[in-house]
Design a protein around this ligand. Sequence first.
Ligand code: COA
Length: 323
Amino acid sequence: MTAKRSLLSGFGGYLPERIVTNDELASELDTSDEWISGRTGIRQRHRAGEGDTAVSMAAHAARQALDYAGATPSDVDAVIVATSTPDEAFPATAVRVQAELGMTGGFGFDLSAACSGFIYALSVADSLIRSGQARSALVIGSEVYSRILDWSDRGTCVLFGDGAGAVFLTTATPESGEAGILSTHLHSDGRYGDMLYVDGATGQRDRPAHLRMQGRDVFRHAVSKLSASVDEVLAANSLTHAEVDWLVPHQANLRIIDGVARKLALPTERVVVTVDRHANTSAASIPLALNEAVRDGRIKKGDLVLMEALGGGLTWGSALARL
Ligand code: COA
């Protein structure tokens, strides 16, 4: 009997309607389009409206992922939501999503690994499927960073956006051939916890929590740790840089993305970039980028896709999958 493997069977995304351009931010803050786009590649971001919550955006992305796979909520065993901005301390965003989808079975929980959340959630879901504990899983990143940003701190508030992305994982069958998640690799180092953090819990209404960051230090760690992570996932699968068809990185900063792509010797047309339009949507950024590139036909069946992320913790990791 061959080992179980998980397949990326469905993709979905949700972006709030409201778009905020760099020029609009520059009309409220001492900043400029030139500063923001020159240092990060960001030109605009989506901002959650009154009706957008971590739950509503996650459910929207999840429904799209199920539709893509031709599946229904009754086909889902596990729901994992990676988020740093849940609407409530509990119940978990994931169980609220279960209810929104009309699920009456299975199980759901949230996972906190900041901008690496999607890679962490994908890794956990993959393990559940490989062990046979779940036959399928919705893996969702959903974030409303606009509600934890300090809008007087121009060094952080210009960098983030809101949104949700989802993938639907199923168990590979003999017909799946080589397709599936090949491996995932997770790391964290709490010594760097103060480099990027939120100064409180989201539940404290009388003391709103805000994101704090030492941007330059995060930048330095990002390029070196992500490059090592990319080497690690390829070595684990005895594959070379040249065999990677697509890099789908966490979308924090175009200069970080370019640095890792150079390390892989991947031409820019093989890198999926959304940071210019979405900014950094934390745990949602990779599934949003995947969804876009699969639906517009860039990423095709059989392609080898490398995903990587780094975020607060510090946490970082990578995943390799054949579509
Ligand atoms: N608009 C205009 N000026 C700004 C600004 C803004 N939005 N934000 C900061 N500045 C100013 C600073 O005050 C500083 O001014 P000073 O030299 O007079 O003190 C100057 O720009 C340089 O700031 P610095 O922080 O050194 O810039 P940088 O070149 O390191 O770029 C980041 C800042 C945040 C863009 C960059 O460090 C970065 O991208 N880091 C990684 C962050 C990240 O991706 N985090 C998420 C990881 S998941």
